[in-house]
Design a protein around this ligand. Structure first.
Ligand code: FES
Ligand code: FES
Length: 283
């Protein structure tokens, strides 16, 4: 059988196919109707497309925020409640969705982004802040329930340029790597020391009858009490050292230092800055 294809040859049709072909109208008979049909289809399709665009524009217009805004403004707050919070010593009045959690209020409305959102399910401790002296998971705490309470975040621990002793101890003892869990770890550790001082027992406290005398914080006590704060980098041994140092008040030797080259670079930068400051002062 030849593979050659002759495009001028007629196809072989059966008798039924021949009869059917004769009954079909010619192309010119249906041409007008077909053009009309295609035109109507395109017009209909464009109409639906335009309506969809209009709807999308309406939705986007409702969401639009100022181009200068770094954080979402309180537009279109649903279920709004007015809440007065005391954050790091300052009084803040906010109009919030009654369902907003403290973590979102801090980060999205007050620009306090030190508290981190790790799991948003109360399982990692990255969002820990201190409310009226007690540590809480801000991802599970409704902001409206903090009305009139004192909220302390990681931003509120230092006094000006002076770090809180727990912050300084974390740096000195190399208590972090990526640092994501660190604000929560530090807030948790600060409030935990108060809990132990007040004699609050933990699961591993040997003699719970000794309360309300303060509980001596062994490494096991610290591990148990800090178990709600997860560190994905595994900086736990150094976190315990840092907490022990603050708890005992005994200064341990720093076990790390800058590399010599880094120290030299830091000295050189300091020299330049000092010279610049001196020349500015004499102008
Ligand atoms: S973000 Fe709150 S516990 Fe993980
Ligand atoms: S330092 Fe990275 S998660 Fe703790």
């Amino acid at each position: 059988m030849s593979d050659d294809f002759d495009e001028t040859s007629e196809p072989d049709l059966t008798a039924d196919e021949e009869a059917l072909l004769k009954e079909l109208p010619t192309l010119t008979d249906v041409g007008q109707a077909r053009r009309k049909f295609i035109g109507q289809s395109i017009a209909g399709g464009l109409g639906i497309f335009a309506l969809t665009l209009l709807e999308q524009e309406k939705v986007l217009a409702a969401l639009a925020i100022s181009p200068d805004a770094m954080f979402a403004p309180a537009v279109g707050v649903e279920n709004s409640v007015k809440v007065v919070l005391k954050i790091n010593g300052a009084t803040k009045s906010l109009e919030l969705d009654s369902r907003m959690v403290l973590l979102d209020a801090l980060r999205e409305r007050l620009e306090l982004t030190g508290s981190k959102k790790g799991c948003d399910h109360g399982q990692c401790g990255a969002c820990t802040v201190i409310v009226d002296g007690r540590r809480v998971l801000s991802c599970l705490t409704l902001a409206a329930t903090c009305e009139g309470k004192e909220v302390t975040t990681i931003e509120g621990l230092a006094q000006g340029d002076n770090l809180h002793p727990m912050q300084a101890a974390f740096i000195k003892n190399d208590g972090f790597q990526c640092g994501y869990c660190t604000p929560g770890q530090i807030c948790s550790a600060v409030a935990m020391l108060t809990e132990a001082k007040n004699g609050e027992a933990s699961y591993v406290t040997a003699d719970v009858r000794q309360t309300p005398r303060s509980v001596a914080l062994t490494d096991d006590e610290i591990r148990e009490r800090m178990s709600g704060n997860i560190c994905r980098c595994g900086a736990y041994p150094n976190i315990i050292k840092a907490i022990q140092e603050v708890h005992s008040g005994k200064q341990a030797a720093q076990s790390w230092s800058f590399h010599k080259a880094e120290s030299n670079l830091a000295d050189a930068i300091n020299d330049v800055l000092t010279k610049e400051a001196t020349s500015d002062a004499t102008v």
